[in-house]
Design a protein around this ligand. Structure first.
Ligand SMILES: C[S@@+](CC[C@H](N)C(=O)[O-])C[C@H]1O[C@@H](n2cnc3c(N)ncnc32)[C@H](O)[C@@H]1O
Length: 381
């Protein structure tokens, strides 16, 4: 990129430079096989991501604004990476997802002309704009929990000449007012399939969402049934429900508890494919790793939503405290995963039948695991 785009350069110059950089990014995505469909290729070429990301935070937390760091900003917006756009209390609360990941999720969504699409997680509005480019503004509804984000997204969309419906609401309930949808896409992480989403999806409709740390493509196969497989690993911010449970007090192990020898080393337990399975089976369990310099994972500490804790020390001894034996659960999950040949996300799938949903390996009849209590509008009792 020649010269600085700051110092009073006109918006037209920025738009021209952005179009050139966008073309380079799209060419790289096409060369990598990430945009096989010409309709999506056109959307990525023509939707100006820079209008949706006026600033972002780099990995060190430095705010890269189009006015303060114009060159870094324009370059960053046209790289194939996720960009954190909003932070609150030191935590990232919204981002613009990585272009190649969005391309693959949109591909898996199998969108057809005329489809009506619901997106959960508007964020910057960039993905809503891609969808609106593909099927038309009036066929896209996008929901975000955060009014500040939806206001900004509407402004970005208007600047890009797009007007999909942007709604401020808790997307865990979907958006019944515009249902049914042919397609539903979520860009925030869930740990079980929200039943309202499936009810709002047409029979034979497709839903694509980050379920745990991988993207699943689910098809609604009947009034009460959906099934699908995972497509590959992905990291997304969690769906925030606003219905936070009271934090359970943390149960610390007795200081003089010598513990027991662990069956698993920290290295084995932190294998990303194992963690994918373990995280889905044990939603809400927080893992903390104290890395040993130069030698991979060292000590591991777990904390469950009910306050249970487990700690695996560098001496190979594990101590557990609280109502759940968290490390014992991890060891049991590891045995199942190991016996099945250590599958990665692509060998897993999910079936939903009525209120039941389970995760399976290789086939719906294979060994499985019930997923957590479904998020639902109607709770018995
Ligand atoms: C990775 S960002 C979405 C990126 C966005 N699709 C884009 O193109 O910029 C995840 C978004 O999910 C939103 N989110 C989290 N919980 C939500 C909920 N319960 N309902 C709706 N949106 C939610 C966050 O506010 C955040 O903006």
């Amino acid at each position: 990129m020649g010269g600085s785009i700051g110092g009073g350069r006109e918006a037209d110059d920025i738009d021209r430079e952005a179009a050139r950089l966008r073309h380079d990014l799209v060419s790289a995505l096409v060369a990598a096989g990430a945009l096989p469909d010409p309709a999506w290729r056109a959307a990525f070429e023509e939707v100006p991501r820079h209008l949706f990301v006026p600033r972002f935070y780099d990995p060190s937390g430095l705010r890269i604004d189009r006015h303060d760091h114009p060159d870094l900003w324009l370059r960053g917006v046209h790289e194939d990476r996720a960009l954190v756009t909003h932070r609150r209390g030191g935590e990232a609360v919204s981002s613009s997802s990585q272009p190649s990941l969005m391309a693959s999720m949109l591909h898996d969504l199998e969108v057809r002309d005329g489809d009506r699409v619901l997106e959960i997680g508007t964020g910057t509005g960039w993905n809503a704009a891609l969808l609106a480019h593909r099927v038309g503004d009036h066929r896209v509804t996008s929901v975000d929990l955060d009014p500040e984000l939806t206001a900004a997204a509407r402004a970005h969309l208007a600047a890009a000449g797009r007007r999909p419906r942007v709604v401020t609401a808790d997307g865990s309930m979907g958006w019944p007012a515009e249902a049914p949808y042919d397609r539903i896409i979520a860009t925030c992480r869930i740990d079980s399939v929200p039943l309202p989403w499936l009810r709002q999806l047409m029979v034979d409709g497709v839903m694509v969402a980050p379920l745990g740390y991988a993207v699943i493509q689910l098809r609604r196969t009947g009034p009460d049934r959906a099934e699908g497989r995972f497509r590959g690993g992905a990291w997304f911010m969690p769906l925030r429900t606003g219905r936070s449970r009271p934090e359970a007090p943390v149960v610390e192990p007795d200081a003089d508890d010598p513990g027991r020898p662990a069956e698993l080393t920290p290295r084995a337990a932190t294998d990303p494919d194992f963690r994918f399975w373990a995280d889905l089976c044990e939603p809400g369990v927080e893992w903390r790793m104290d890395p040993e310099p130069g030698s991979g994972p060292g000590a591991v500490a777990l904390r469950g939503p009910d306050g249970s804790t487990a700690r695996l020390g560098r001496d190979g001894m594990v101590v557990e405290a609280g109502p759940r034996r968290l490390w014992t659960e991890v060891e049991r999950l590891y045995r199942v995963w190991d016996e099945r040949g250590r599958p990665g996300p692509e060998r897993f799938g999910v079936t939903v039948e009525g209120r039941r949903q389970w995760l399976w390996i290789d086939s719906p009849d294979g060994p499985g695991h019930e997923l957590g209590e479904p998020v639902d509008a109607v709770r018995p009792g």
